[in-house]
Design a binder for this molecule. Structure first.
Ligand SMILES: C[C@H](CCC[C@@H](C)[C@H]1CC[C@H]2[C@@H]3[C@H](O)C[C@@H]4C[C@H](O)CC[C@]4(C)[C@H]3C[C@H](O)[C@]12C)C(=O)SCCNC(=O)CCNC(=O)[C@H](O)C(C)(C)COP(=O)(O)OP(=O)(O)OC[C@H]1O[C@@H](n2cnc3c(N)ncnc32)[C@H](O)[C@@H]1OP(=O)(O)O
Length: 394
């Protein structure tokens, strides 16, 4: 599907929803992609003059409009677009939209039904609201980074998954859907202040609320789920690959012990913290005796909670994932994860087309939002918009 017009995919859950996503780095693009995957008509508003290539690798199912927001006619065009949209996603630090005359009080005055989603690191208020930052900074400020890392090592940020995507893009999408649901009752839009610091903190509620259970009172890397326990760890196999072990409950731990060829009567208690370092060494030397495939043939089909650590290629080719069609291939043979979760009646139908070029759909989007051909030609000659179609018919 090259475009997501409102009527194109009636079966999808979000079809008919009009979303404007101001181009950003990583979190907002995921938020927009989720909405597009589930049927929303997502327009990415890219910068004009445009950079050579888009850095958005999460443009699936979106269309691109290149618009210079710094020029008054460009800002006015966005205001008009927002008049016909359900959702605006903006990824700039606090104050940028206000400086452009595109703050929520302006846009929501003109369209009171607009959901104005502000996806930032530090939120709209507070000491850091205007500071630059990236995923690692937000994870740090949430308190969560202090918990991540192996024993005696520095805290470790797991790529940019936690803030940008889990606490950022995904939670912002959730906020949008909640606000849309509420709008069905009130008829009103609202502002979403999606701070990634708070998003990560929120998804770490389990860590906060389980502190009194004794899971986390030991130093970093010495606890149950942070690589302290021998039964919640990864182990290298003889062919240089890894197995992941997550045998927490005693009945599953017993199956792990059996699969490793050990006798639990001759081992210390599973929860004997002081024995964990020795037990890890024991498990490590046993895992090092066989290949990953050999371990899979021992543990597959058991409840030992032992699985192979797969590369991306191996994950896409793994029998279980293939049986569920968990990965998809686009028309450029690029493999990526299929949208999740699966809805029984109205599942996501992700676009299999390549991501849009910057400005590829400028004209058709403006026409769709009610701009006349003359108005578009004027914006073009004023260099407020750009096309990425050399043969644009204007
Ligand atoms: C860890 C992650 C980030 C990872 C991203 C990397 C994967 C990529 C980052 C750089 C990429 C590489 C690079 O681009 C070079 C190559 C390009 C090539 O095409 C591909 C290969 C590259 C090597 C490429 C490869 C990769 O893609 C990269 C390595 C994160 O943590 S992302 C989360 C970041 N934080 C947030 O999003 C929180 C909220 N936002 C912010 O705090 C700020 O936006 C931020 C991120 C700190 C950036 O600050 P900045 O000063 O740049 O922006 P803002 O203050 O927000 O203001 C925006 C200004 O832009 C103006 N503007 C916006 N839209 C328009 C428009 N349509 N027209 C005109 N002007 C526009 C706006 O008015 C603002 O202007 P002012 O500054 O004058 O107010």
């Amino acid at each position: 599907m090259s475009r997501r017009s409102a009527a194109a995919i009636p079966a999808m859950a979000l079809s008919g929803l009009r979303v404007l996503e101001l181009a950003g780095l990583a979190p907002a693009p995921l938020c927009g992609m989720i909405l597009a995957d589930f049927g929303a008509c997502v327009v990415r508003v890219d910068r004009a003059p445009r950079s050579a290539v888009s850095v958005d690798v999460q443009g699936r199912g979106k269309r691109s409009l290149a618009l210079d927001l710094k020029r008054p006619p460009g800002a006015a065009a966005l205001r008009r677009l927002c008049g016909g949209a359900d959702v605006l996603i903006e990824p700039f630090r606090h104050g940028v939209m206000e400086k452009l005359g595109l703050g929520p009080e302006v846009l929501m005055h003109e369209n009171p039904r607009l959901i104005y989603a502000r996806l930032t690191g530090f939120g709209q208020t507070g000491k850091y609201a205007k500071s630059a930052g990236h995923d690692i900074n937000y994870v740090a400020l949430s308190g969560v980074l202090s918990k991540l890392g192996r024993k005696s090592e520095n805290p470790y940020a797991p790529v940019n998954l936690l803030a940008d995507f889990a606490g950022g893009g995904v939670l912002c999408a959730m906020g949008i859907l909640i606000a849309l649901y509420e709008r069905t009752k009130s008829g009103k839009g609202q502002i979403i202040d999606a701070s990634m610091v708070e998003g990560i903190a929120y998804i770490s509620s389990f860590l906060w609320k389980s502190q009194n259970l004794g899971f986390w009172n030991r130093p970093r890397g010495e606890n149950l789920l942070d690589s302290g326990a021998p039964f919640y760890e990864t182990y290298r196999t003889s062919d240089g690959k890894f197995m992941a072990v997550g045998a927490i409950e005693p009945q599953f731990y017993e199956q792990l012990i059996k699969g490793l060829g050990l006798d639990s009567d001759k081992l210390p208690d599973q929860l004997s913290f002081s024995d964990w370092p020795e037990m890890k060494k024991k498990f490590a030397s046993i895992f090092a005796e066989k290949t990953q495939t050999e371990w899979c043939s021992i543990f597959d089909g058991t409840d030992a909670c032992v699985t192979p650590v797969l590369s991306f290629d191996d994950a896409a080719a793994h029998q279980h994932n293939k049986q569920r069609s968990s990965f998809i291939k686009n028309d450029r043979e690029e493999i990526s994860p299929r949208p999740a979760p699966l809805l029984s009646r109205t599942p996501a139908v992700p676009s299999l087309k390549r991501d849009p070029f910057i400005g590829e759909h400028t004209e058709e989007i403006l026409l769709e939002y009610g701009f006349t051909k003359n108005e578009i030609a004027q914006l073009y000659s004023d260099k407020v918009i750009e096309f990425n179609k050399p043969k644009a018919n204007l």
